[in-house]
Design a protein around this ligand. Structure first.
Ligand SMILES: C=CC1=C(C)c2cc3[nH]c(cc4nc(cc5[nH]c(cc1n2)c(C)c5CCC(=O)O)C(CCC(=O)O)=C4C)c(C)c3C=C
Ligand SMILES: [Fe+2]
Ligand SMILES: [Fe+2]
Length: 345
């Protein structure tokens, strides 16, 4: 029997430093997130980062926490419930880190008789620290606990017409009557090194001006290319004029070079160029979370206004909007009526 596992990143159990520390410990000890030899990762995470970061992160979580819990979890649960109401097969929800584990999600499906699972990483763009770690963890849990289950993985949907249309219509609905100078597409950043590591050709991705524009099979796993494509497709759909929009990358951690330009530097630069009315969208996240609600909606506005900006607007993610629920349900229902031969063909 077929079933679906939706997988998002996860959040701490509460915004208290103790729970945040446990969550960050699991997250940052992932070899696909901090990709250095285990002894060095252990030293960096347990010896340095976990001594200071949990307090700072807990304070940030406290600013955005809802009565029902973490926004990322609550929104994912609402989305899951609505998708389940419309889907023709059982749908479960799991998180890569934290208490709502992937193993629990697979067990829930297994207990309902599911042995053929569509795995949906809730990330539009491929990165080793997001999509790849979800896929590898799911395969590991399946092999260990549910050897008779089969998995089919939904590919990154960064340029899927349904995702582009849903994103564009969401943006359009929030821009009605809004006067703006510029739209910033702010994507979660990753270290530049991860782009090179994910390049199967080992020669295409140079992170220069043109590699992401030149056709290559490397783009199936190139986060940078996929982010730029999402922007291009949304701009095309909304008929945005050249120069009225741009890309940036947020949330960097540590001293290594991450994808540029950095979002916080753009907030400081725009007002000096006369871009004083700014709209920010965050297409790498399907649901609002710490990185959109605190870093972009709160900190971002402050940084922009301190630099001389006048009006600032963050557009919410797709969250549990009817449109996004319908898109996901259609993908699921189309798969659930497809035979195995058609899927693998
Ligand atoms: C959109 C996909 C994501 C990628 C790619 C990604 C890479 C990545 N993240 C960190 C470090 C942290 N990220 C944190 C929060 C966070 N990250 C994503 C998504 C991606 N991360 C989301 C949805 C969230 C929000 C979680 C929530 O509970 O709302 C955090 C925790 C908060 C903090 O202390 O800042 C860290 C740490 C790295 C190092 C990385 C790539 C190497
Ligand atoms: Fe992150
Ligand atoms: Fe590229």
């Amino acid at each position: 029997m077929k079933g679906v596992l939706l997988i998002n990143l996860g959040s701490p159990d509460s915004p208290n430093p103790k729970d945040v520390k446990r969550y960050l410990g699991e997250f940052l000890m992932d070899e696909r997130v901090i990709d250095v030899p285990k002894w060095l990762r252990t030293f960096l995470v347990k010896g340095i980062i976990l001594n200071t970061r949990p307090k700072k992160s807990a304070a940030a979580y406290q600013k955005i926490w809802w009565e029902e819990g973490s926004p990322l979890i609550v929104i994912s649960e609402r989305f899951h419930k609505k998708v389940q109401e419309r889907a023709k097969v059982p749908v479960a929800l799991g998180m890569r880190y934290g208490s709502m584990s992937i193993q629990k999600g697979l067990k829930e499906l297994h207990d309902q008789g599911v042995d053929d699972v569509l795995v949906v990483p809730l990330y539009p763009h491929y990165a080793m620290s997001s999509t790849e770690t979800v896929i590898e963890k799911t395969k590991e849990e399946q092999k260990k606990h549910f050897p008779n289950m089969e998995l089919t993985i939904v590919p990154s949907f960064y340029n899927h017409p349904d995702y582009i249309r849903a994103m564009s219509e969401n943006i359009k609905s929030h821009l009605e009557g809004v006067d703006y100078d510029h739209i910033l597409f702010s994507y979660h950043g990753i270290p530049e090194r991860h782009i090179r590591k994910s390049d199967p050709t080992k020669s295409h991705c140079k992170i220069d001006g043109s590699c992401c524009e030149t056709a290559s099979k490397a783009h199936a796993t190139c986060y940078r290319h996929q982010c730029f494509e999402t922007t291009k497709e949304i701009a095309k759909y909304l008929d945005l004029p050249e120069g009225k929009y741009s890309d940036s990358f947020q949330s960097r951690l540590g001293g290594d070079p991450w994808l540029k330009p950095y979002t916080d530097k753009e907030f400081e630069r725009f007002p000096t160029e006369g871009k004083k009315n700014l709209v920010v969208i965050t297409p790498a996240f399907v649901s609002d979370c710490l990185e959109t609600l605190e870093e972009i909606a709160m900190e971002g506005e402050e940084q922009f206004e301190e630099a001389g900006g006048e009006h600032y607007k963050h557009i919410p993610c797709l969250n549990d909007s009817d449109d996004w629920v319908k898109v996901m349900t259609r993908w699921i229902n189309e798969w659930s009526v497809t035979s195995k031969e058609e899927v693998t063909a």
